[in-house]
Design a protein around this ligand. Structure first.
Ligand SMILES: CC(C)(COP(=O)(O)OP(=O)(O)OC[C@H]1O[C@@H](n2cnc3c(N)ncnc32)[C@H](O)[C@@H]1OP(=O)(O)O)[C@@H](O)C(=O)NCCC(=O)NCCS
Length: 198
């Protein structure tokens, strides 16, 4: 029996249709603006414009990740992506009078995208321009992220909204201390309350 972890086996078998993928993988990885230690991404991922993308340490992105951006995309440390996550950073100008949008060169409201440390982005999530996904936030499978999401929250849906915090008050305090978070417990609660205020 081949002694391979499920990840390695899947990586090898998925590479079979495209033997050049491994070479492409290394070129893509080296072409990004900034890459931390231990960055892994899955088969058939695509990054454009690679010069705008920064990735921290220990980042994992699943198969078929698509980052297609005309704005800077900054991904922190220890971030996880499920398969088929799309980051669409940039809009066409939709309010230009007198020309088809196809021929308007000036962009729309193109604002950078930031994904903070330890966020987990579920499978098939789409992330749009200008959002900040807070530290350690969870984005549920299939969500469309159009607005910033507070740290330590669980967020779902289209449009994606926070529904709860990951921890009870006592757990949150302990966790923030242990991971040496940049947020205080008061800040986490305040951001969550602001984002969920009706
Ligand atoms: C977001 C997630 C982590 C929440 O898990 P959970 O804390 O156990 O939450 P629950 O399953 O109790 O769901 C809470 C509510 O949110 C809803 N919900 C959960 N995930 C949802 C999603 N992705 N989209 C829409 N609604 C969702 C549930 O239906 C439930 O609604 P209800 O209270 O009206 O019944 C999980 O549902 C999810 O989407 N995981 C992503 C899995 C994935 O993509 N893995 C990739 C491998 S890296």
């Amino acid at each position: 029996m081949l002694k391979l972890s499920p990840n390695k086996l899947s990586y090898i078998t998925r590479s079979f249709p495209n033997f050049m993928w491994v070479l492409k993988w290394y070129i893509m990885r080296a072409s990004l603006k900034k890459v931390g230690k231990n960055f892994k991404f899955g088969y058939n991922s695509e990054f454009a414009d690679h010069r705008l993308i920064e990735v921290g340490d220990n980042v994992f992105m699943g198969q078929h990740t698509l980052i297609n951006t005309t704005v800077p995309v900054k991904i922190g440390n220890n971030v996880m992506f499920g398969p088929q996550v799309t980051i669409m950073g940039g809009d066409h100008n939709i309010s230009y009078v007198g020309k088809p949008m196809r021929f308007v060169k000036t962009g729309g409201k193109n604002i950078p995208i930031i994904i903070e440390d330890d966020a987990w982005i579920g499978s098939n999530v789409t992330i749009l321009k200008g959002v900040n996904i807070g530290e350690s936030a969870v984005v549920g499978a299939g969500s469309v992220v159009t607005r910033s999401l507070p740290p330590y929250s669980v967020c779902i849906g289209n449009p994606c909204r926070p529904i709860k915090l990951r921890f009870s008050d006592a757990e949150l305090g302990e966790h923030l201390k242990q991971v040496n978070s940049k947020y205080t417990q008061e800040q986490v609660l305040e951001f969550f309350n602001l984002a969920t205020k009706k």
